[in-house]
Design a protein around this ligand. Structure first.
Ligand code: ACM
Ligand code: ZN
Length: 547
């Protein structure tokens, strides 16, 4: 062969070899929220086909259920029901338990190449989060509810190591002011899982409606769950105008068990809240003997804080609460039970002979101490059943129990987290300054009526859960953060979504991603892709202004 021919052959060979080399993945084409701890892009793509198999050790039931979940989420848009099996090397998505991977609970690795995708983690929790990342590596159409034609289901080659920053990553929902169907609660939970959140704080009781069936107190469902009308317009001051339409509903035990199970399969703990001693006028309407004056009482039709609260001097109140909590504990396996404790006026207690007598016998100096005594008594009951309490930050007033976890909400009370840290209690951050998603997210003139205030996407994103000046030891007391959705002004599920999203997406990054990796501009870049995924899930997010 001549030298020329050899050269041509060599060039041709190099050309052909290069043609077969997969293209490097453009890092900007990857948009995962929350941003993973480490991510490197490689070369080429793994393409999902009807022949792709999900491979895992079928003897491990938890892993098997993650595999089934993965199969289920990939099915609607692709139309593929992927085979699940225990071995296979190529064209597989492999789920592997690898105890040598260390990190915070939820840690996982994901490695994708043209031949296969491997998700590995020390436990099924991590595998589940790896699956959420996998979903976000696929084309956005993967979240559509029906078969999408003409899409190449490509997953870019990446190497991901990822772990959460905080152990408590929560979203709350008030179903007392407005009531939402089981189907919506499940969708809310699905969205939490998609964002690697793990706590659903379910605010089940309030002045305007009691929303959980309690078999031992049927009047809660008949009376406390129904109000005789709802305030029209924005209610701060009288005169109040009502629509006079009865409004009510509650979740049955069966529905609650179904939701708890649904959440559990998505690595989400449902934390029920039974709010007392305040925010209980609905209870008093059903059982007037539990109040200081004996009534009559009416389930609240407007929003706010009411003077009529559970009587602290009446033993029947404690019998009532203990029986309620026995049913609550039976329904909710959560180690934490939220006991409210917020916004309890002391007006009635000050004038009530029974409450005053209680203060004397218990040697309490003021009504704040009486509330603290009240909370401790129920806390002990719950502790005796191996549960722990979370209370709103008013539980710090009048003596904080050493074992209570404080949910910090009064953003204007800047000293509270420092006082809690001083005492050594755990805390969860939900400050009204950043994480109240019932606040306006845009110019009020352009928005449906909200309660007040302003907290846009960037404000939520900018939130740092660790208060300035905390020592490394104190940092460990901050379990995480949560955003709250109070629904006075949200009558429909669509409106709840509009207030929650995309601000809850920002929250997900606040609680998962390391502080050093946060970058609002890059978040907005990824969000623009992410919103297309939310479109597929039919999420009614706010999309007017993100900068
Ligand atoms: C609260 O917003 N009352 C906790
Ligand atoms: Zn009383």
């Amino acid at each position: 062969m001549s030298k020329i021919n050899l050269l041509v052959l060599l060039l041709l060979g190099t050309f052909l070899w290069q043609c077969q080399q997969p293209e490097p993945v453009n890092p900007d084409s990857v948009a995962i929220i929350p941003q993973p701890t480490e991510i490197q892009t490689g070369n080429g793509y793994f393409t999902l086909s009807p022949k792709t198999a999900i491979v895992f050790n079928s003897k491990d039931e938890e892993v098997a259920s993650v595999a089934a979940y993965l199969q289920e989420v990939l099915q609607p848009a692709t139309g593929f029901t992927l085979d699940t099996r225990s071995s296979g090397r190529r064209n597989v998505i492999q789920l592997v338990i690898d105890k040598s991977i260390v990190g915070n609970l939820g840690v996982y690795k994901l490695q994708s190449s043209p031949a296969k995708v491997e998700i590995s983690a020390p436990d099924a929790t991590g595998l589940f989060y790896g699956v959420q990342t996998l979903r976000q590596l696929l084309p956005v159409e993967i979240e559509q509810p029906t078969v999408q034609s003409g899409i190449s289901w490509d997953i870019p080659s990446v190497t991901v190591f990822d772990e959460p920053r905080f152990q408590y990553r929560g979203l709350h929902l008030d179903v007392a002011r407005h009531f939402f169907p089981v189907s919506f609660i499940k969708k809310y939970i699905d969205l939490l899982a998609f964002h690697k959140m793990n706590k659903f704080h379910w605010h089940l009781t309030d002045d305007q409606g009691w929303r959980i069936e309690i078999k031992s107190y049927p009047l809660l469902g008949e009376i406390a769950a129904v109000r005789n009308g709802t305030l029209i317009g924005h209610g701060g001051r009288p005169p109040f105008e009502y629509d006079n339409i009865p409004y009510g509903g509650y979740y049955t035990h069966d529905e609650i068990r179904e939701i708890v199970k649904y959440a559990e399969a998505r690595y989400i703990t449902v934390i029920p809240e039974i709010d007392f001693p305040g925010h209980t006028i609905g209870v008093l309407a059903a059982y007037p003997n539990l109040g200081c004056t004996g009534g009559p009482y009416e389930v609240a039709k407007r929003w706010g804080v009411f003077d009529d609260v559970l009587c602290a001097g009446n033993e029947e109140v404690f019998t009532f609460l203990e029986n309620v909590f026995l049913e609550v504990m039976d329904l909710f396996p959560s180690e934490y039970i939220h006991v409210g404790g917020d916004e309890c006026p002391k007006t009635r207690w000050k004038a009530c002979p029974k409450c005053q007598a209680r203060m004397k016998t218990e040697n309490l100096h003021d009504e704040d101490e009486l509330q603290s005594w009240f909370m401790h008594r129920i806390e002990k009951f719950l502790n005796n059943h191996d549960r722990k309490i979370i209370g709103w930050d008013e539980i710090t007033e009048g003596g904080l129990s050493p074992t209570a976890t404080v949910m910090y909400w009064r953003g204007w009370m800047k000293d509270v987290p420092y006082e809690v840290a001083e005492k050594g209690n755990f805390m969860i951050m939900t400050p009204s300054s950043h994480l109240y998603l019932d606040h306006y997210q845009n110019d009020p003139e352009e928005e449906p009526m909200a309660i007040c205030c302003f907290s846009d996407l960037e404000n939520v994103y900018s939130y740092e859960p660790i208060p300035e000046g905390f020592t490394p030891e104190q940092e460990k007391l901050v379990l995480g953060a949560q955003a709250n959705l109070w629904t006075e002004y949200m009558k429909t599920s669509e409106h709840v979504e509009y207030m929650a999203y995309p601000r809850a997406v920002a929250l997900a990054e606040v609680v998962w991603t390391d502080k050093s990796l946060k970058n609002y501009d890059d978040f907005v870049r990824r969000l623009m892709v992410h919103l297309k995924r939310l479109d597929g899930m039919n999420v009614n997010y706010f999309d007017k202004e993100f900068r």
